[in-house]
Ligand binder design. Structure first.
Ligand SMILES: [Zn+2]
Length: 281
């Protein structure tokens, strides 16, 4: 009897993978192409005030393309993925006055919503910096989740979505080790697992190491049929639906108050609790 209502991902999957890439430089074009080729989904955190920037930087005598994608191409380029906010101009938020902080967040949301045509309520902290004040401002601006740059080397869902710590950066020495552990092993407590990778597409261009991401995606291919391929928003939306479910104290009945079907572990395969329904076991 599944009295504990152990959550599974959609379609009864036990694992999910998601990617989060920042700053919207033109190298996103190649990254999106790779994601599409290998059938994974990413969340792309954009600075609306920086879109369409044309810039070549000289780093240690080497010319680096530092231009960003244009407003015009955003909707088509990131189709099937998620566009999330990274502020209008990429400041370090904790140092700012709260009104300026709010402006950076809400204006970026509004700009990106106008461009994409959907609700933009995901966020990644510029430079990875945040504080309690920043988190309150994000909450007031309707942000549902915010990604940090704190590596966990774990596969857990976030305790606080406004402090969503990723599994690792793509440059992490343990990347392939973690991928192997994620794909080939199960959690000993049979908990669901999320593999969350983040970075910047320009890093692949600068370091000339596109094979880092391509090798990871190739390696994961045969396992993907058992893995939920999702954007950050897909995961948080699903998880929030789970968190707002109501239960009788003895666990005999669950009420799914959300508009999303929820999946739980059952003795003979996954149990589905349809949206807006009650289920007793
Ligand atoms: Zn950034």
């Amino acid at each position: 009897m599944a009295t504990k209502w152990n959550l599974l991902f959609p379609e009864g999957k036990r694992k999910a993978v998601t990617f989060s890439y920042d700053d919207g430089l033109v190298h996103d074009r190649k990254l999106v192409e790779l994601f599409n080729t290998y059938h994974v989904k990413g969340t792309f955190n954009l600075n609306s005030g920086e879109l369409g920037r044309i810039e070549v930087e000289n780093i240690d005598g080497v010319k680096q393309e530092n231009s960003t994608v244009t407003v015009k191409e955003v909707r088509q380029l990131y189709k099937g993925h998620e566009v999330a906010s990274h502020t209008v101009t990429h400041p370090s938020l904790p140092a700012l006055d709260t009104s300026v902080m709010s402006y950076e967040v809400i204006t970026d949301r509004k700009n990106l919503e106008d461009i994409t045509g959907y609700i933009v309520n995901g966020f990644a902290y510029p430079y990875g910096t945040y504080s309690d004040t920043v988190k309150s401002v994000l909450q007031m601006c309707g942000i549902q989740y915010a990604r940090t740059v704190n590596t966990t080397h774990q596969f857990e869902l976030p305790t606080n979505p406004l402090e969503w710590n990723p599994t690792c950066h793509h440059n992490d020495d343990k990347l392939m080790e973690l991928a192997k552990e994620f794909c080939e092993e199960e959690d000993i407590y049979r908990r669901i697992r999320l593999f969350y990778i983040w970075g910047h597409s320009y890093e692949f261009a600068r370091n000339n190491d596109w094979d880092t991401i391509e090798n990871l995606l190739k390696y994961m291919q045969p396992y993907l049929s058992d893995i939920w391929v999702a954007t950050n928003s897909d995961i948080i939306t699903y998880y929030n639906a789970f968190k707002q479910a109501k239960y009788y104290a003895d666990g005999s009945t669950i009420i799914n108050t959300s508009g999303i079907d929820l999946y739980f572990e059952g003795d003979d395969g996954p149990i589905v609790v349809k949206k807006f329904t009650e289920l007793s076991i």
